[in-house]
Each structure stands twice: as structure tokens, then as C-alpha cells.
Design a protein around this ligand. Structure first.
Ligand code: PEP
Ligand code: MN
Length: 371
């Protein structure tokens, strides 16, 4: 059960103390207080865990400071979408809204190779009205002999260039807690010219210790990729780890599943799960067509599979698109074969917009028929 308190509740007030005293007296019930400090208000939620079945909703609603009560099911307590749950399905970061109603494109390099390519990429994004990108500095690779990413050495020039081209948010995977400190230090050193969305990759979806560390900080939002060989339920629980440690600014990323059935694509595309994740949770949903499809193959209609599949995800209501581009894919150190070309950026963005418009029309149609 979640007690949502009136905004700006003062933890030193007599009413709050009275509430805490009452809750402490409940037998078999533990509580966890979560405070979210926004720019305009402070929101406090109290999670009651344990034997909450006997608690009467009306009675709880009448307790001091309590504005609303939500009875949650066991699963995905914090990030889940529960009955009569009016908690927000969005968050803001660096002036950009990430929600179940918005759409942001994160086009960029799978892996940072050099400053020249980063600059060409970021300039193209700026020229096409984009404020987000993806830039991999820490690359988890199948082979220990493959390029592992430039790590902390590339961060200062990536952040400086992002600031130069007005990029507000960079999605960047981390694989170890030390990377978090390196990103923090490089942002500080360069004067915080941009923001970072920490990415937990598919190989680390169930790295619980990493999840706990990333969940304990609220400075950076997190993009959690679905595990490519585990159930959806297990991946959603991984997201809940982040939230249970304190960070609920989480985007859930679909990136395809391993099937080993001779698929034409690198992974089996799972974008049919966009509406499922939106129904089960309050997280915005990201699709990654690049790591799902993995090739630049085109259909007989002349449309790249990558663009077909992006459109499918966006038309199903996706809220974020993470996609690999490269100025010279042949020279890319990671995932060149799946990178889109810079000259394809305006085409890609226009195609995404067509799919988004179609999605919005479909929502309006559904509303009309529901009346
Ligand atoms: C990536 O986005 O660069 C990446 C490695 O993705 P995934 O973890 O989904 O393989
Ligand atoms: Mn990649």
C-alpha cells in the first residue's frame, strides 16, 4: 500500500509525527519513506510493506498528511501501474520530458571512436533539431580482444562537444560503479555542459549490485535495457530494483531477444511489448531498432528493415528511440554494419514523425470508438 502525502509535507510537523507514530504501531507492517524533490514541490510517499491486507483504505485516507492511498499488488510496487493509480508516468531531466505520452529520438554513435566523428554526428543532430544522442564510452563486448570503448578518456571531449551543439541528454552505458564516478567527474570538469542518461545494457539487466548502486543516485535518469534471454517479468523486476533503491526516473528499453532460430535479424524484434510495458508499469518505453535488427537490409519496397521496425515500435506508442548512426560506418569500431548514414538522418526523423502521427491518430480513433 502506498500513502501519497500532500505536497510539501514537512517532516518536522506535528501532523507528520502523528502519522509516523500511527504507522509504526501497525503490527507486521514496515514502512519506507520516499521523498522526491522537484523544482516546484516536494513529494513524499510512504510505502507500507508486509501485512497490509487488513488495513482499511478509507481509514488510511483519513490519517494526517495523507492525500491519497493506492493499494498495490506485490509486483512492481513502485514502477507498476496499479488500480486507481494516478502517480505520474513521466519525469523531466535537463528540460526534456520523458513520459508515456512523449517521444524522444536518441540517434548517435554506438561507440565513441574519435572526436572528429563525435563532432560530425552532434552537428548533424543539432542541424536536424535534435537535443538527445547516444554515445558509448564503455562497451561490453563478446570478445575480450574487441575494442572495449575509450572509457573515461573520451568523456571530456564528448561532453564539451555536446554542450557546443546544444545536446541536453546523452544515453551512455555503464558496466561498473566506477564509471558513474568518472562520468560525474568529467561533467564537473567540463562545467556540466550536458546531461547523461545512464544505460544498463542487456548483459547487465540482472547485475543486481550494479542496479542497486545506480538506483541509489538520483542525479542521472536510467535507461534499463531488457535482458535478451530472460522473461519480461524478470526484466521489469530489474527496473524495480532501481526504483526500490530510490531512483524512479527509469526508461525501459526493448532491444530484441535471442532466439537462435536462424533469424534474419540480429535478435527477434519485441516491439509488440511496447503497449504491454506501458500497461504494466509507469515507465516510458524505449525501442532500440539497431541492436534488434543488426543489419542494413532493405525490403523490396525500398525501406530499410531498421526503418520499418522503428515505425512499428513508434506506431505502437514507443516513447524513445535509441538508434546507431555513424559518419563512416566502415570505420566504426563497433556495430558499423547496423549504423545508419548521416544523410539518412532527415529521412529517418521524417519517417519516425509519420509513425508518431499515425499513432496519435490511432489513439484518437480508439477514444472516439470508446465513447
Ligand atoms: C548499446 O546500446 O550500445 C548496447 C550494447 O545495447 P544492448 O545492451 O541492448 O546490447
Ligand atoms: Mn552496439
Amino acid at each position: 500500500m502506498i500513502l501519497i502525502l500532500s505536497s510539501n509535507t514537512n517532516q518536522k510537523s506535528a501532523e507528520y509525527q502523528q502519522l509516523i507514530e500511527y504507522l509504526t504501531g501497525l503490527v507486521g507492517v514496515q514502512m519506507r519513506v520516499h521523498v522526491e524533490r522537484g523544482t516546484e514541490q516536494i513529494l513524499t510517499e510512504i510505502y507500507l510493506i508486509g501485512n497490509t491486507k487488513p488495513l482499511d483504505i478509507k481509514e488510511m485516507q483519513n490519517l494526517p498528511c495523507v492525500e491519497r492511498v493506492v493499494r498495490v499488488s506485490e509486483e512492481f510496487r513502485i514502477l507498476g501501474q496499479h488500480k486507481d493509480d494516478s502517480r505520474p508516468t513521466y519525469f523531466d531531466y535537463k528540460g526534456v520530458r520523458f513520459g508515456q505520452d512523449t517521444l524522444n529520438v536518441f540517434a548517435g554513435l554506438c561507440a565513441v571512436d574519435n572526436a572528429e566523428h563525435v563532432e560530425i554526428m552532434l552537428k548533424a543532430l543539432r542541424d536536424n533539431g535534435q537535443v538527445c544522442t547516444r554515445m558509448g564510452a564503455y562497451k561490453p563486448r563478446t570478445s575480450p580482444y574487441a575494442f572495449q570503448g575509450h572509457g573515461k578518456n573520451c568523456l571530456p571531449f564528448v561532453f564539451d562537444l555536446a554542450g557546443k551543439y546544444g545536446i541536453k541528454v546523452i544515453a551512455m552505458e555503464i558496466t561498473h560503479e566506477s564509471h558513474l564516478n568518472e562520468i560525474r567527474a568529467a561533467l564537473q570538469q567540463t562545467g556540466n555542459p550536458t546531461g547523461v542518461m545512464l544505460q544498463i545494457g542487456t548483459r547487465n539487466t540482472q547485475n543486481f549490485e550494479l542496479l542497486k548502486i545506480v538506483g541509489r543516485q538520483q542525479e542521472f535518469p536510467v535507461l534499463l535495457k531488457r535482458g535478451f534471454g530472460i522473461t519480461l517479468d524478470e526484466s521489469l523486476n530489474a527496473a524495480e530494483y532501481l526504483a526500490s533503491e530510490g531512483n524512479r526516473n527509469v526508461v525501459f528499453g526493448l532491444r530484441g531477444m535471442k532466439t537462435n532460430m536462424g533469424d534474419p535479424h540480429r535478435n527477434l524484434v519485441d516491439f509488440a511489448h511496447v503497449p504491454v510495458v506501458k500497461r504494466l508499469t509507469r515507465m516510458p518505453v524505449c525501442i532500440d531498432p539497431s541492436h534488434s535488427v543488426g543489419t542494413r537490409s532493405a525490403a523490396p519496397d525500398g525501406i530499410l528493415d531498421l526503418m520499418h521496425i522503428t515505425a512499428q515500435g513508434v506506431m505502437a506508442g514507443a516513447n524513445m528511440v535509441l538508434v546507431d548512426f555513424h559518419p563512416v560506418p566502415l570505420k566504426a569500431l563497433v556495430d558499423g554494419p547496423q549504423a545508419l548514414l548521416l544523410k539518412e538522418l532527415p529521412h529517418f526523423l521524417e519517417d519516425v514523425q509519420i509513425a508518431r502521427d499515425a499513432y496519435l491518430k490511432r489513439v484518437a480513433l480508439a477514444q472516439r470508438f470508446a465513447q
